[in-house]
Structure formats: C-alpha cells, structure tokens
Design a binder for this molecule. Structure first.
Ligand code: MN
Length: 523
C-alpha cells in the first residue's frame, strides 16, 4: 500500500513521518516558553535533524505565537511547517492559514475533543455538533493548504463507533492526516495498536490518509504507546525533543528513533533523522529552557553511555557490545568536543557558533567573543557545551537590567560582602551589601540595586562540563503574585552565574508576555 500525500508525494508503507511538536505542545508547558530567536534556532536545528513536520505554534493564541509561526514559515526550506487550530474556531483556522502562508510546504492541524467526558464537560456540545465542526473545520483548512491534519482530542478515551464516524467525516471533508492522541496518557500499547487497526479496517477512505499517534507520558508509556501505534498502522509520530510537553510530557523523539534503529528487526520502519545530531539538539533545548534532562534519561542523559562499575568497564573494553546496544557516536556523543582555546580567533569562534546552530548579529558575536576570551583564560579546555552556555546567556533578554560586575569578599573568616554593579535602563547602579554567605550577599545586592517584590522560589547550581574549572550553570526561579519565572546563568564563577540567573529571571518578569489561554489549548 502506498499513499499519495500532498506534501510528501508517494509514501512507501514502511515510511514513518516524524512530526515534532517541541515548539507547540512542549513550549506551552510551564517554564518552557521560548522567545522568537530561540524558537527560530530550534526550528532550524529540527530541520537539520531531519524531522518531516514542525508544529511551530498555535497562531490564534497570541500575536507572539502568530509571529513566531510566521517567521518559522519564512525561515525553513524543507520541513513542513504546521500551525494548530481548533476545528470550531473560524478565526483559529484563518490565523493558522495566514501564519503558515510563507512556508514552502505547509499544514494546518485542526482538532476537537471527541470523548464523552470532554464533549459533555469541556465543550458542552452534543456529538452531532462536534461532527459538524469536524466537517466545517477541515473544509475551512483546505482553503489554505491541501495538507490538513485533524486530531480527535482525547481520542484514546473516545467511544469506538463515534471515533470511526468522526474520522470518516474528517476524511470526507479533506483531512489527509488523522491523529489519535492519548491526550491524558492513560492508554496502553495494545490499546493504541487496536485503535489504529480498527480505524483502518472500519473507516471508509482510511486507505487514503496517514494515521498519526500523539502520546503523553503520564504513566511513563508514551514511547511504548507510540511503538504500539506503529504496529497498528500509524505512520506519523508526534513527539518532542527530550520528551517535553504538557504535564509529564510527550513521547521523546530521540527514544522513538533509536528504538526503531536499534530494534529494526522488530520495528522495520524508515525515517530520515540524522541521529548524530540528536545530542546537540537535546542540549540546545536544555540550554534554551533552563531544564536539563535527568542523568539517567535514555539516549541523551549524562549517564546514558557511562559505565561506572568495574565489571561493565572490563566488558566494554573487551567488546563494546557486551553492554552497549548502540554506539554513543551514533547519537552524537563524541570525545572530540574539545573545540577552542585561548588562542582561538574570532573567525574560529564564529565558525563554531554556526556549527552549533547559532545565527547572531555582529555585536552579539563580539560580546560573546569577549566573554569567551575571559573564559578561555580561566579554563584549560573550552567545550561545545561551554560555548552554548555562554552564548545562550549572552543572547537572553537583558533588555532592562544587565549584569556589569561583581566584587566579593567571602570565606570562613569574616561575613560575606558583595559589591554589585547593574545597568538598569542604561544607568549604572552600585550596591554594597553584607550577607549570610556570598550568594545571599549577592542576591541582597540585586534587591538593593533594583528593588522588587518577587521572592526566590528555587535555586539550583550544576556544572556545564566536568572538572573543577567547569562553568557553573544556575537556575533561579522567582515568584511574584503566584506567577513563576525561571532564569538561567552560566559563568566560571558560581556566584556570578547565580547573579546572572537572578537578573535573567527579573528581566523575564518585567517583559512577561501576556498570553491568552483559550479554553481548549491542549491537544
Ligand atoms: Mn499533547
């Protein structure tokens, strides 16, 4: 069986479409919001990674969302750019259609809930009304593009006969991809397999469309449910880098792809991911969002290929296959991430930035280069992760408040004292404050130089790389009126890194974007 698809042409039966929703489902979860530049950088990295479709955002949700989808549509050349819309929202579909218009290949993804629970309590609609909106939503979307996806929100908890009717109506009205999400992460692999088998057997027109799966990880089953869906005949996978997403997150792209690659005997599907880029994209996302993956995270966690016990190390040295089912190099782990030193020039630095996926204005490159030279003096070896941490720190929204300098007296013999210089709206402010340790003194100095009501809700410090000369990477969470913002900083000096993180969080509080939250935002 082959399908003639509006964006991909004839698709072989074993081909799996990778649909990445890091910038939509991932970005809309708490603490993971990204600014326009960060989204563009992620979108370019995802295109280079080889994903087939990028869900770039939910254009009707806010002017900022609209703008970022539009800019991504203008930027990408290969990947299909997709905008999300509610089936029942006329304005939703127009906004999505306008936002994706500049893209070479474009898709509108419209959705509506189909489960008894969601129809009754969330939508307050009769099933017949839902069927009408499925028809009108897909027809409206086809006015903007031939590549239309429809999702049955809470599809895995939808009554089977009704689900079949909904899918039939969607196909008849122009949907070319049918997505069945396990919206609440409740399903099991055999249930997902059965849903897709049923739809393909029972729904007229099923042979003309691509079936898609979208799994949440509330029970830790998202990747397993994705693989189960493939066995049932799904041929599009919706997923995110590092598995970010609503609540416990989505199925992780890197895990699904490596499961298919490593167990090709069992999952004989083809996709186009350039797997040695997986680690870099994962790190880029972690740096942008301030959220590291846990050390034992499959594929991209710090320990994923670390062999600590003597017995394992002995086996690995004799034959790597004793304990390794895939090579670290195949997903981007290399020993040669040593990149630059203190004698590296501006051109080498610029080359490295573009190799890491950054596209920066000259003045930002210059500022980052100056910080790199300082770091290279402090640190023997400068790794890719150091560069990422430094540049991400430099490119954040420091609009109103900028860190200038910090002078510290600390140690066990006398109280800590911090003298801090900040630039606030262009004016230098200096504060000297005593504190209970250097971090306390530095944070009190920020409070004195820039008085504010926010309180510190979380403070964590980690190392960017290994060794005592590693840069510290700090996360500071501030709370104000029940709202939380996370800031991140990196520096060879731990306290400076903490101050940078605090200032980043303060700036985020100040420029906090106002975002409407449509009732049915999740999908
Ligand atoms: Mn979702």
């Amino acid at each position: 069986m082959t399908i003639d698809h509006p964006s991909f042409g004839r698709i072989a039966d074993d081909r799996v479409i990778l649909f990445d929703t890091t910038l939509r489902d991932g970005e809309q979860s708490p603490g993971f919001s990204m600014n326009l530049d960060e989204k563009l950088r992620m979108a370019r990295a995802l295109e280079a990674l080889g994903v087939d479709v990028i869900e770039a955002g939910f254009p009707v949700a806010s002017p900022g969302d609209f703008e970022s989808v539009r800019r991504i549509a203008e930027t990408l050349s290969e990947t299909v750019v997709c905008g999300l819309a509610r089936s029942g929202g006329k304005r939703d579909i127009e906004a999505a259609g306008e936002a994706i218009a500049p893209a070479k290949r474009r898709r509108i993804h419209n959705f509506i809930s189909t489960s008894p629970l969601h129809m009754k309590y969330k939508l307050r609609m009769e099933p017949e009304t839902v069927l009408e909106l499925i028809a009108s939503g897909n027809r409206a979307a086809r006015n903007f593009t031939d590549d239309v996806e429809w999702s049955a929100e809470d599809g895995s908890r939808t009554e089977p006969d009704f689900l079949c009717r909904c899918v039939e109506v969607a196909i008849r009205n122009g949907a070319t991809t049918i997505n069945i999400p396990d919206t609440v992460g409740y399903s099991t692999p055999d249930e997902m397999r059965a849903i897709f088998r049923m739809l393909r057997e029972r729904v007229p027109g099923a042979e003309k469309v691509i079936f898609s799966t979208h799994n949440h990880n509330d029970l830790g089953l998202a990747v397993a449910n994705t693989l189960g869906s493939l066995e049932g005949g799904a041929r599009q996978i919706e997923c995110t880098i590092n598995g970010i997403g609503e609540r416990a997150g989505n199925a992780a792209l890197e895990e699904i792809v490596m499961a298919i690659r490593t167990r090709h005997d069992k999952y004989a599907y083809s996709e186009r991911i350039d797997t040695p880029k997986l680690l870099g994209v994962s790190r880029m996302l972690a740096n942008i969002t301030s959220f590291d993956v846990q050390p034992n995270k499959a594929i991209v966690g710090r320990n994923a290929f670390a062999h600590e016990s003597g017995i394992h190390q002995d086996g690995i040295l004799k034959n790597a296959q004793t304990y390794e089912i895939m090579t670290p190099e195949s997903v981007g782990w290399t020993k040669s991430s040593l990149v630059l030193g203190k004698h590296s020039g501006r051109a080498a630095f610029r080359d490295k930035l573009s190799a890491l996926g950054y596209k920066l204005e000259d003045d930002v490159v210059q500022q980052a280069f100056e910080r790199f030279k300082v770091l290279a003096d402090q640190k023997k070896t400068v790794f890719d992760d150091d560069i990422r941490a430094l540049v991400d720190d430099e490119t954040r929204d420091h609009d109103r408040i900028r860190f200038v300098s910090l002078d510290l007296i600390a140690g066990s013999k006398r109280p800590a004292q911090a003298t801090l210089e900040l630039k606030v709206d262009g004016d230098i402010r200096v504060a000297t404050v005593d504190g209970n340790g250097p971090v306390d003194a530095a944070f009190r100095a920020i409070q004195k130089a820039f008085p504010h009501e926010a309180t510190l809700a979380l403070f964590t410090v980690g190392a960017v790389t290994e060794g005592t000369d590693a840069q510290a990477r700090t996360t500071v969470r501030l709370e104000e009126d029940g709202k939380l913002v996370d800031g991140q900083g990196a520096d060879a000096d731990t306290v400076v890194s903490a101050v940078r993180a605090y200032v980043h969080a303060l700036n985020k509080l100040l420029v906090k974007r106002v975002r409407t939250e449509p009732e049915a935002l999740s999908a």
